[in-house]
Ligand binder design. Sequence first.
Ligand SMILES: Cc1ncc(COP(=O)(O)O)c(C=O)c1O
Length: 387
Amino acid sequence: MKGFTRLANTDFVFQEFESVEGSSVEQNGKSLIDFGTSAYLGLSFDITNEDLEVARKWGLRNHWSRISGNNALTRELEIELEKGTGIDCVRLAQSISLINLTILKSIGRLFDSILIDEDAHITIKLGTGVLSKKDKVSYFPNNDIAFLEEKFLSMSNDSKKLIIIDGVYSMKGNLAKVSRLLELCKKYNAYLLIDDAHGFGVIGEKGHGVIDSLPKEDLDRVIYVGSFSKCASNPVAFIGFNKELKTQIDNYTPCLIYSGPPSNLHVGISLRHFKNFTSNEFREKRELIKYFSKRLHHFCQTNNIKTLSSSDFPLLSASIKEKELENIIEILKRVGIFAKPAIFPVVRRGDEIIRFSLTAMHSLEQISTLESALYEARHLFNPMEIN
Ligand SMILES: Cc1ncc(COP(=O)(O)O)c(C=O)c1O
């Protein structure tokens, strides 16, 4: 049995936890350190009385689908995101998956060719299903700028191209080469759509992910998809784009027309968090997880444990042989660790990995426990490239 079918009756997928407390979860009465969480800034439990007041004022949800009406709270967060990031227009949505699955419906027809990084998130790939002309779509090897340039050289410069990438590749934990891709965009008449689910809030001086320090002329070529769901464990996603795309995206993206925005409680919390992104408190959180990542990657390097990830991001990813999955999980659970494996169909066959996310809720002691577990399981990881 392969893929999800093989995993269906094991405890590797759709796991259940009896309780969650900070960076620990309880499963079958046993406490596990949660390295499967993506709540990077450790804000999961940050719900204040002020937030509850906001929800009492506005009600739990925008009362209308977006095409019918939008309350001022929803717009306030959109405007703050526009001012903060420098992107012309921002629209909230309930999840990045919803955006990814429907965005090509609205913008697909504007482009002659759509080039997707092979390691981009599965919801982007599934989102191409709405295109009537599927032959517009092609894939390029992860972060392979030379390959893309070669491809562009074979195309007319008049044809409009869209490159689609992840800001941080969530399986390997490596970063996209955004500046170099934008150089290509300017040279070859292309736009860049970035799914920055993991980068937003977590990387950059201001916490604005991989677009943190981009000049305005570069931002104008970007369609940016971000979310508070990873950085702050809060289901509030958004899409940002330049004003030329406004009509097309506002009028034709299903999740921005037929659905409401995220709940007022969640939007209120995201607004408070976003206003704090540049505070010392949030900078320190980002510094802490960067430190954890540097330490852990250094440990792996000195102990000859091969990682796929870069220490620039708080996620450690190692390649595994699918047949070793049970052994690895068994070792991890025995020492009290929960982590996320990814196998086909989430990743391509042969690209199976296990990932450990590092958050501001973790302690140094928990990082040391992870180091010991990685050491114990080191013979089970695939010897692949070291970053
Ligand atoms: C790169 C990437 N995009 C999108 C998603 C899905 O995000 P959401 O939960 O907002 O739908 C994930 C979730 O793991 C992700 O890693």
